[in-house]
Design a protein around this ligand. Sequence first.
Ligand code: MG
Length: 193
Amino acid sequence: MHNKTMRVHSDDVTRATKEALVRRGVTLEDIAEIVYAMQSPYNEGLTMQHCVSSVDRVLNKREVQHAVLVGIELDELAEKKMLSAPLQQIIESDEGLFGVDETIALGSVFTYGSIAVTTYGHLDKQKVGIINQLDTVPGDHVHTFLDDLVGSIAACAASRIAHRWRDLEEMGQTFAAVDPVSFGKKVKKLAEI
Ligand code: MG
C-alpha cells in the first residue's frame, strides 16, 4: 500500500537512526575510531574529525538508515523477549548459522562499492574497537544485529575516505587540505551549482 500522506520525512528517519545507535550505546565517535584506525596509516592529514564527518554522512543514506532501524528493532525486541519462537531463541543466542544479521548489514554496504564490501568482511572477522565490545558484552544485552551494523557503517565511512584520497592524490593534495566539516556534507551535483 503506497500512501504519500503516510510517508515519513527523511530528517525524521535520520534522527531516529542516530538516536537508535546512541540508545544502544554506540556514538558516532565510537564508529569514527574504527574508521580512523583503519584509514589513518594510508591517508596523510586524516583526523578523527574527518572520520566523524564521514560516519555522519553515511548515516544520512537511506539504505544504511533502514538497515540500522530494522536490525536494532530486532535486537531490542529480542531483549524484551517479544519475538516468536524459535526466532526469539535464535536471535537472543546469536546463533552462528543465522546469518541474517550479516546479510542486512552487508546489503547497506553495496552503495559504497567494493572497498566497503571487503572492509566490512575484514571488520566482521577482526572485530575492531567497539564491535568487539558489543560482541562480548556481559548480561542480557542482545547485539546480534548491532555489531554487524556498526561494521557496515564503519566500512562505508572508510570507503568514502579511500575514494576521496584518490581524488586528493590526483590533485597533489592530502587530507590536510580537506575541511573536516564539509567532508560530512553532500557534494552538490553540477545541476545544483
Ligand atoms: Mg551479529
